[in-house]
Design a protein around this ligand. Structure first.
Ligand code: ZN
Ligand code: ZN
Ligand code: ZN
Length: 145
């Protein structure tokens, strides 16, 4: 799945990396720009494939993603199997996913009803609260077959 990433996304990626006080390298910039352009979540292999030939090796993708995860730039998503998948962690557009069990298609669900629960937890004195929740079902297309 090779896609052309617009120049302004490379600039955005560069800024995001700098904002985390990380040094900007070509692979880091390419990987983050790819994740800004495409909604995943993607496995390490999918990111590697998405970058196109000769971008960097898979080990570099691993190292970058681990670094990005520790810096809160990407988020790990569990889609009900063993594969680790990641997507860009957009603080302004928190969302959940609905995953089709058959074709594995992933849709975004923008609505989140959990903020009230988080408030309850905050009231108990907790800080830095996050949550992770994905939904699974059989999509409309698969139901037609
Ligand atoms: Zn489906
Ligand atoms: Zn998502
Ligand atoms: Zn939520």
């Amino acid at each position: 799945m090779k896609t052309t990433v617009p120049k302004k996304l490379f600039q955005k990626a560069e800024k995001l990396i700098k904002d985390k006080s990380l040094s900007v390298t070509e692979p880091r910039k390419n990987i983050l720009a790819f994740l800004l352009k495409n909604h995943g979540p993607f496995s390490m292999e999918e990111i590697h494939d998405g970058l196109g030939k000769n971008a960097c090796d898979l080990a570099t993708v691993y190292r970058c993603i681990v670094l990005f995860e520790n810096s809160n730039l990407v988020e790990r998503r569990y889609l009900g199997d063993e594969i680790l998948r990641y997507e860009y962690k957009d603080m302004d557009h928190h969302h959940h996913h609905i995953v089709c069990r058959i074709c594995k298609s992933v849709s975004k669900m923008k609505y989140c009803f959990i903020s009230e629960i988080e408030q309850m937890i905050r009231d108990k004195g907790y800080s830095d609260i996050t949550h992770s929740l994905e939904f699974f079902g059989v999509c409309a297309k698969c139901n037609q077959k």
